[in-house]
Design a protein around this ligand. Structure first.
Ligand code: UT7
Length: 330
């Protein structure tokens, strides 16, 4: 099999119109703007209305990424949707395919919580690097507001809704320079959106499960510790594979979970503050969407330029975590 290159040639993002700031959260739970801002850096988040779907947000972000890359939806060979909040448990990627009119593409979902974008990017890249496909869309979207317990102040202050997308294309030069993706199911109980099954008797002696997914539960301290330890490790590993040193990174683009996590990881890696991309003050933690959403904003603000080297890392439920080092543009 040949080993070919890929380039990231387009990005897009979308968020619901409704804002909820920290002050508004004090009407729901015992908290304060000061606590949320100092402990997380988050000032507001965007929330999808009941009538808004994850698929709509994802499709809007995808259209922008496709337009920026200059390809036609019909040029897409692969659509990979990273989400933990599909509109349909059978998967939502095919609905995005239909709305885009990407008739030639194969579309499917990938679930890796807040690591979804990095896992999706690395996975899609393999199809291109082997020469099987030419053009892929990775779209990451989550509507966690549906699954947050709005009475739980330890979690409800963190999350927001959004979508981000990128297009990658087969390219002579390889702009995915190195990666490392990991998981550890033994720590699964630190962060869950779990199905709770109730027995329902069909006929005597035969019972099936009938239940519902339960709101998000999280051990914040454990996740914090895990992120600050594991993220620098995978970035180091990905840099080693890329044969690059830390000072060659132009931007550190982490999953936007908590400003303190961003600062601690940057400090451990010795990356100066001005290289750290952060937009979580405006969006909160948008799960899989957070990295491509922040990437797209930085590209459209002309912060990230062609040829810039970006170290990205996602981490979250599973537990899952991973890093990728890539160069923006061709
Ligand atoms: O995508 C991955 C998703 N998860 C994460 O990224 C979470 C990672 N963890 C974190 O970001 C932080 O652990 C949190 C922001 C969740 C919590 O910050 P912390 O500094 O670890 O706070 P804590 O849990 O140690 O709580 C400190 C105090 C506690 O009071 P006591 O026991 O010291 O009296 C909490 O009850 O703050 C209290 N507290 C709050 N107070 C006001 C917890 N949540 C709130 C709140 N408002 N919303």
């Amino acid at each position: 099999m040949q080993n070919l290159g890929i380039a990231m040639t387009g990005s897009g993002s979308a968020a619901p119109a409704t804002f909820l700031d920290n002050q508004a959260l004090t009407e729901l739970v015992e908290t304060s703007d000061e606590w949320i801002t100092t402990r997380t850096g988050i000032r507001q988040r965007r929330l999808a209305k009941a009538s808004e779907t994850m698929t709509e947000l994802a499709t809007a972000a995808s259209r922008q990424a496709i337009a920026m890359s200059g390809i036609d939806p019909q040029d897409l060979d692969l659509i990979l949707l990273a989400t933990s909040t599909p509109d349909d448990l059978f998967g939502s990627a095919c609905q995005i395919q239909a709305q885009l009119g990407a008739t030639k593409a194969v579309a499917f979902d990938l679930t890796a919580a807040c690591s979804g974008f990095v896992f999706g990017f690395v996975t899609a890249a393999q199809y291109l690097k082997t020469g099987v496909y030419q053009n892929a869309l990775i779209v990451a979207a989550d509507v966690l507001s549906r699954w947050v317990d709005w009475q739980d102040r330890r979690t409800c202050i963190l999350f927001g809704d959004g979508a981000g997308a990128v297009v990658i294309q087969a390219n002579e030069k390889d702009c995915l320079l190195g990666f490392e993706i990991r998981s550890d199911g033994t720590q699964n109980n630190c962060l869950n959106l779990a199905y709770a099954s109730e027995p329902a008797e069909l006929i005597q002696g035969v019972n099936v499960g009938k239940g519902n997914f339960q709101p998000i539960t999280m051990n914040g301290k454990e996740i914090y510790r895990f992120a600050v330890q594991k993220v620098p490790e995978v970035i180091d590993k990905a840099l080693f594979r890329a044969n690059l040193s830390v000072d060659q990174i132009d931007w550190l683009l982490l999953h936007q979970a908590n400003q303190r996590i961003l600062d601690a990881v940057a400090q451990r890696l010795n990356i100066p503050e001005h290289k750290v991309i952060s937009n979580l003050a405006n969006y909160g933690n948008t799960s899989a969407a957070s990295i491509p959403l922040a990437l797209d904003e930085a590209v459209r603000q002309s912060k990230i330029k062609t040829g810039d080297i970006i170290a990205t890392s996602g981490f979250g439920a599973g537990l899952t975590w991973g890093a990728a080092i890539f160069q923006w543009g061709r």
